[in-house]
Structures are given as structure tokens and as C-alpha cells.
Design a protein around this ligand. Structure first.
Ligand code: NI
Length: 393
């Protein structure tokens, strides 16, 4: 089976590199993946795979092998692009101004389509059912994964495991990296408005200075992390925008702050929200101001089931050799794959796409991000191999 998959991945890689070029040239923002969705549907139809539409642009396909009920595994790809203007000079450069596949979701979609073609072709050679999940809106709240789950993507049939692959521009092509346990953080957005009372800067006693209040608040919020969180538990708060005032001699009426809060422990995460609310309200009112604090709750942390991760690492070792399988680092970035891994055992792993000799080293979410496309053969192959061989109860 492994050799068959390897052979077909090699054979079909050029076809799916073309698919990737098309997707890359025609990127679509989160929840607007209409053309991408049509392309995915058209490809699945051409392979003879049944699918249904969920959350407008999501496509969920089913491939049944022998004894379809014996094991059910889900494979997930995300489809959306980012509001970034591409700076690469490549023949398949984005044709859409200000929109770019800068996080490799074109690659994820192409790899899963390739795997689908192989799994379908070999469906008499493996047992069980593979659920293909092409999801919208990974880059933007509320997260396509949460919408698909609400629409029942993890039911009928219910998978016993789910895998997601993500390109890794810091890892050489030909390699993959894995980690069990907590691998990525939750991400919540903070929107704060501090209301004071503006006036002449030479008469602060007649004003309530929201700039001074904001300064205290920014420092105090950091103490929530440093004094209340267990240091063994990664968590970070960054205030990333501060807007208020226009000139040297006027105290403004209000100051607006924005920020992000990240954690790897759901209990701490919601406790921290409470602490932030209390501290912000008490501090601002003690200084005479008023506050609006919105914590926009985003993706949960990503938890990789330890046993499933072990199994996936074994499969990857069989596929690309043990020395090409590495342990990946924890990240404070977020991924809506966390929603799936809250519901069923999940494994989110990395596919190396870096090639220093070819000058392919730019990070994700940058205007010069690209991949060494020889990684696509590996990506197709590993998804097909996991889909056809992992047995997990
Ligand atoms: Ni991404």
C-alpha cells in the first residue's frame, strides 16, 4: 500500500502543482472562497467522489473503502487567503490585488485533493471511510471549523480521528514535524475604550486624562500574566494599538487600545479574562474614567492527542524515513483546528517547504512567502497514507 501511494503521489504531483498554481493566482479571502469551493467540487466530481456543501463554501467529501464502517478518519484542509499584496515575481503570482495565499492554504487544498484522488483510486485496497474536509475561513473569527462543526461535520459518520497539515517555512522540504499535547495557543482579541474628560493640557486638574489611565492600564494588564499565571503555562498578552489625542496641548476625551491574549490552558484562559475585566474596570474607575472592554473570544488552543500523534509520527517515518521526522516547537500562534481537536482526537502537523538553495525561506503571512513545490508530492502522499492506514479507536 505504501509503495502504491508513493508511486501515485509522484505520478500525480505535477497535476496538483498546477492546481496549486491556479489557486495561488486566484486567492479568496475568508468566507468568500466561492471560486475555490467550485474548483474543489469540480475536482471531486471528476474523481467520482460524493460531497456536500457546508457553511456556504465548505466542501465535505466521503470516500468509502472496503468495510466502510470499520474505521473513519477525517482529513482537513483550509482554503482561504490573506489580505496581503504579493511581492513574488512568479508566473502564478496572485491576480487579485491585495489578496494572497501567504499561509499556504492553496498548498493544503491541493495536497488534500491529490490525496483524495489516490484514496479513491485505491479504495479497494484499504478499509474504512475517509472524510475530506475543505473548510472556509481559517484566518478569521469565528473560524470555518466552528461553523462546520455546528453544521455537523463531525457527525454522520463520526470520525475517530482528524488530521490537518500545515506548511512550515522553517523546515526543509522532505521533512515533517510533529508534537503531542498542546501545540498552539488560544487567541482572543481585546478592544478597550477608556473614556475620560478632555480639556486644556495646561489644566489637567479640570480633566480626566485617559492617556495617563491607559498608560497605567497597559502596565497593570501585564501583571496579570506575570503574577497570576503559572510560569510553566505559556501565556502572552500584547497591547498592539494605542490611539488617542491629536496634538500637544489638548487632553483627549478617550483612548482606544487593541491587543491579543494567548494561552495554552483553557481554564487559565477564562480565568484571565475575568482578572482582566476586574483589573481594568477597577483601575480605570479609581482614576475617574470609564471603560468599555470587549474580549472577542477566538480559537481555542490546539491539542494533539498524544497517542494519535505517536501513530502519525510512525506513519510519517515509514513514508519519509525516521531521520526526516522531527519534533516541532510549541507556538503561540492560533489555528481553528483547535475546534476539531476539542471534539475528537486530532493531530495537526507540519510539512517542510523551505529550500535555502532556491531562496525559499520567507515566513508565512509575509508578501514573499512561497514554498518549494517538491513538498506537494510529500503532502499528497502523507495525507493519503494517514487516511488509508491509521486505525484509532
Ligand atoms: Ni495557515
Amino acid at each position: 500500500m505504501l509503495d502504491k501511494i508513493k508511486g501515485l503521489a509522484k505520478k500525480y504531483a505535477p497535476e496538483f502543482i498546477e492546481v496549486r498554481h491556479h489557486l495561488h493566482a486566484h486567492p479568496e479571502l475568508s468566507y468568500q472562497e466561492f471560486e475555490t469551493s467550485k474548483l474543489v467540487q469540480q475536482q471531486l466530481r471528476s474523481f467520482g467522489i460524493d460531497y456536500e456543501i457546508k457553511a456556504e463554501t465548505g466542501v465535505v467529501g466521503l470516500i468509502k473503502g472496503k468495510n466502510a464502517d470499520r474505521r473513519i478518519v477525517a482529513l482537513r484542509a483550509d482554503m482561504d487567503a490573506l489580505p496581503i499584496t504579493e511581492e513574488n515575481n512568479i508566473p502564478y503570482k496572485s491576480k487579485i490585488d491585495g489578496v494572497m495565499h501567504a499561509c499556504g492554504h492553496d498548498v493544503h487544498t491541493s495536497c488534500l485533493l491529490g490525496a483524495a484522488k489516490i484514496l479513491n483510486e485505491l479504495r479497494n485496497d484499504w478499509e474504512g471511510t475517509v472524510k475530506l474536509i475543505f473548510q472556509p475561513g481559517e484566518e478569521k473569527n469565528p473560524g470555518g471549523a466552528s461553523l462546520l462543526i455546528k453544521e455537523g461535520v463531525l457527525e454522520n459518520p463520526k470520525p475517530s480521528a482528524i488530521f490537518g497539515l500545515h506548511v512550515h517555512p522553517g523546515l526543509n522540504t522532505g521533512k515533517m514535524s510533529f508534537r503531542g499535547g498542546k501545540v498552539m495557543a488560544s487567541a482572543d482579541e481585546l478592544y478597550i475604550t477608556i473614556k475620560g474628560k478632555g480639556g486644556h493640557a495646561a489644566s489637567p486638574h479640570l480633566c480626566i486624562d485617559p492617556i495617563l489611565i491607559a498608560s497605567h492600564l497597559i502596565i497593570s494588564l501585564q501583571q496579570i500574566i506575570s503574577r497570576n499565571n503559572n510560569p510553566h503555562n505559556p501565556s502572552v498578552l500584547s497591547i498592539t494599538a494605542i490611539n488617542g489625542g491629536t496634538t500637544t496641548n489638548v487632553i483627549p476625551d478617550e483612548v482606544k487600545l487593541k491587543g491579543t491574549f494567548r494561552a495554552m490552558n483553557e481554564e487559565w484562559r477564562f480565568k484571565a479574562h475575568e482578572l482582566m475585566r476586574k483589573m481594568a474596570t477597577d483601575l480605570v474607575s479609581s482614576m475617574g474614567g470609564k471603560i468599555d472592554l470587549l474580549i472577542d473570544v477566538g480559537y481555542p488552543s490546539v491539542y494533539n492527542n498524544e497517542a494519535l500523534n505517536e501513530l502519525a509520527m510512525e506513519k510519517a517515518s515509514e513514508f519519509i524515513g525516521k531521520n526526516n521526522v522531527e519534533e516541532t516547537e510549541k507556538r503561540m500562534g492560533a489555528e481553528d483546528f483547535g475546534y476539531y481537536s476539542q471534539q475528537i482526537p486530532g493531530c495537526f502537523f507540519r510539512l517542510g517547504v523551505m529550500n535555502k538553495e532556491k531562496g525559499i525561506t520567507s515566513g508565512v503571512h509575509t508578501p514573499t512567502f512561497n514554498i518549494d513545490e517538491s513538498a506537494i508530492e510529500t503532502g499528497i502522499g502523507i495525507m493519503a497514507y494517514l487516511g488509508s492506514s491509521v486505525v484509532f479507536k
